[in-house]
Design a binder for this molecule. Structure first.
Ligand code: TXE
Length: 498
C-alpha cells in the first residue's frame, strides 16, 4: 500500500511498501497459500503502513522444503568457501548501500529513532555481517593421535565440522534487522540453509534483506523468509521435521516452549532470552560516567533491549546524586516519532507492549511505589515516558519480571555485598554492569556476578568478537565470538585404520 504518513521517505522504502510485501521462498516473493494477513503499524501514529501474509503451515512447509532441497543438492554448502565469503561480503555491502532505506523501514515499523536505526540496524549489523562472512573460510577440524590398538601410526583420526542443515531463525521485534542477521549470517557462513521468521510486529526488513541476499549471489532457496504469528507459522517452522537447528531470540516463556518441543526431534538449539539486568554502582563510581551510561543502558530503544539495565543498586553515598541527575535527564528529553531525528523519546513498538509496560507502572503505583516520570508524552502513538522507580519493593511485579520498557528501578544499598546479593537474586542472568573506580572491587565482583556479560563502567555494549548469551534462564548457548559457527555445525569424527 502507498505510504501516506507525514515524513518524506526514501524512494526504495516507498516502492517496497507499494509492492505489497509477500513471502520470500526459493529466491523470490511468492503469494501465501491462504488469505489471512497481518497489519504492520507505524508506532508513532498507530496507522497501518503495510500488510504481510500470515503464512499457513503449507507456506512454511514450502519454505522449509526449498531450504532443504538447496541444502541437499549442495548449491551453497559445496560452493568454494572463498566464493561464499565473497558473496556474503557483497551482501553486507548491499545492506550498507541501501542503508538509508533499511534504517527508515526499520524506524517506520519499529518506532526507534532514525539515528539508532542507522547506527545499529545498519552500521553495527554490517560489521557483524563482515565478521561472520570472514569465518566462511576459517572452518576447521582437528587431527589427533588416538590410543587405539597398534598405536597411532596405524590410525589417522580427525574431525570435520559440517553444516547442521536447515536452520529456523526466529527473531523478535526490538532489533528486527540486526537480530535477524545474527540468525541468518552464521547459518549461511557455516553452509546451512535458513528460514527466517521475523516477529509478526516487525516483518518488513527481513523481507528486504532476503531480496538483497539474492542480489548478492546467495542461491535461491538458501535464504527464505516466512511472515506470520508465533503460534501458527512459528510453531509450524520450529516443529518441522526437516529443520535441524533453531536459533531463537525472544521471551523466556516462548524460548522454553520452543526448547521443550525441539527435544522431541533433538533439534539443535540456541536460545537468547530475557534479562532483568542489574547495575551495581559503588560509592567510588564516577557519576560523570554512570549517568550517561545508565541513560543509554536503561533507555536505549525505549528499554526494549534484552540486556538493558533495569535494576540499579547504588551505595547510599551516591544515591541522592544519582537519582537527582537521572531525574533531571529524563525530564529534559525531547519526545517524538523515530523519523524525527531530534526526538530522544520514541514510541514503543506496539500498543500491546505499551499496555504491558503501563500495567507494570500501574501495579507499582497502586502499591504506593515512588515513581519519577520523565518528559510528557503524546496520547497518539505508543509512547511511554521514561520512568524511575525509587527503592521498588520486592513485591512489585516490575522488580522481578522483565518489563522491556523505559523503566529503571533504583535501590539504595548499604554495601557492595548487599548489592551483589540482590543483583544475583534473579532467575535470569543475561547482562550486568558494575560502576567503580576501585580495581580490586572490579576484579572481585566481576567474578561473583552471575551473568553472561559483565560490563565495568559501561552497560549494553556488544561486539561481534565478544561472546553473548545468558546464564540461568536467560538462555542456552552463545552468539558471536570466534566459536560462533560451532552452533551451526556438527562435529564428525573420522577414524581411519591403516
Ligand atoms: O515475544 P515472543 P513477544 C519479551 C518482552 C515482550 C514479551 C512478549 O518482555 O513484552 O517478550 O513479546 C515468535 N513458536 N521480549 O510476544 O513470544 C514470535 O512470532 C515459534 C524480550 O513478541 O518471545 C516472534 O517472532 N515461534 C525479547 C518471536 O517468537 C514463536 C525480545 C518472539 O516472540 C512462538 C522480544 C512459538 N510457539 C520480546 N511464539 C528479548 N529478551 O530479546 C512466539 N514466537
Amino acid at each position: 500500500m502507498a505510504y501516506d504518513g507525514p515524513y518524506s521517505i526514501d524512494p526504495l522504502v516507498a516502492s517496497f511498501l507499494d509492492r505489497a510485501p509477500a513471502l520470500f521462498i526459493d529466491g523470490g516473493f511468492v503469494a501465501s497459500d491462504g488469505t489471512a494477513t497481518i497489519a504492520v503499524h507505524d508506532p508513532s501514529s498507530g496507522k497501518v503502513i503495510a500488510h504481510v501474509p500470515d503464512a499457513t503451515p503449507a507456506d512454511v512447509d514450502k519454505a522449509v522444503c526449498s531450504a532443504d532441497t538447496a541444502f541437499q543438492d549442495g548449491r551453497w554448502r559445496h560452493m568454494r568457501p572463498a566464493d561464499r565469503e565473497r558473496i556474503l561480503m557483497r551482501f553486507a555491502e548491499l545492506v550498507v548501500e541501501r542503508g538509508e532505506a533499511f534504517a527508515q523501514l526499520e524506524t517506520l515499523e519499529q518506532g526507534k529513532g532514525i539515528a539508532i536505526s542507522r547506527m545499529f540496524e545498519v552500521g553495527a549489523s554490517s560489521e557483524w555481517m563482515r565478521f561472520v562472512a570472514g569465518m566462511t573460510t576459517k572452518i576447521t577440524g582437528r587431527t589427533f593421535d588416538t590410543s587405539l590398538p597398534g598405536g597411532p601410526q596405524h590410525w589417522t583420526t580427525y574431525t570435520r565440522r559440517e553444516p547442521v542443515g536447515v536452520v529456523a531463525g526466529i527473531a523478535p521485534w526490538n532489533f528486527p534487522m540486526m537480530i535477524g542477521l545474527w540468525k541468518v549470517m552464521p547459518a549461511l557462513a557455516a553452509g546451512c540453509s535458513v528460514v527466517l521468521k521475523p516477529s509478526e510486529v516487525t516483518p518488513l526488513t527481513a523481507l528486504m534483506l532476503a531480496e538483497m541476499a539474492i542480489q548478492a549471489g546467495v542461491p535461491a532457496g538458501v535464504f527464505n523468509v516466512v511472515t506470520g504469528f508465533g503460534a501458527g507459522a512459528g510453531t509450524a517452522l520450529t516443529s518441522h521435521p526437516k529443520v535441524a537447528k533453531i536459533s531463537f531470540t525472544g521471551s523466556t516463556a516462548t524460548g522454553k516452549a520452543i526448547g521443550r518441543s525441539a527435544m522431541d526431534q533433538m533439534k539443535r538449539l540456541t536460545l537468547e532470552l530475557g534479562g532483568k539486568n542489574p547495575a551495581i554502582v559503588l560509592k567510588d563510581a564516577d557519576l560523570a560516567k554512570v549517568i550517561p551510561g545508565l541513560m543509554a543502558g536503561g533507555f536505549l530503544n525505549g528499554g526494549q533491549v534484552c540486556a538493558a539495565a533495569s535494576r540499579v543498586y547504588v551505595e547510599a553515598l551516591l544515591y541522592d546524586d544519582l537519582v537527582g541527575a537521572l531525574s533531571a535527564a529524563i525530564s529534559g528529553m525531547s519526545v517524538g516519532a523515530g523519523m524525527d531525528a531530534n526526538a530522544q523519546v520514541n514510541p514503543l513498538v506496539s500498543a500491546a507492549q505499551q499496555a504491558k509496560v503501563l500495567s507494570y507502572l500501574d501495579d507499582a503505583r497502586s502499591q504506593g511505589a515512588d515513581l519519577v516520570t520523565g518528559a510528557a508524552v503524546p496520547d497518539q502513538g505508543y509512547f511511554v515516558s521514561p520512568t524511575l522507580v525509587l527503592n521498588p519493593a520486592e513485591s512489585l511485579k516490575l522488580t522481578r519480571e522483565e518489563v522491556f520498557g523505559p523503566v529503571l528501578g533504583i535501590t539504595k544499598v548499604a554495601s557492595a555485598d548487599e548489592a551483589l546479593q540482590r543483583a544475583n537474586d534473579s532467575a535470569l542472568g543475561l547482562g550486568a554492569s558494575l560502576w567503580t573506580s576501585n580495581l580490586d572491587a572490579a576484579m572481585n565482583l566481576t567474578q561473583r556476578m552471575e551473568a553472561g556479560t559483565i560490563w565495568v563502567n559501561a552497560h549494553v555494549f556488544i561486539d561481534p568478537a565478544m561472546p553473548f548469551g545468558g546464564y540461568k534462564q536467560s538462555g542456552i548457548g552463545r552468539d558471536f565470538g570466534v566459536d560462533w559457527l560451532e552452533a551451526y555445525t556438527e562435529t564428525k569424527s573420522i577414524c581411519i585404520s591403516h
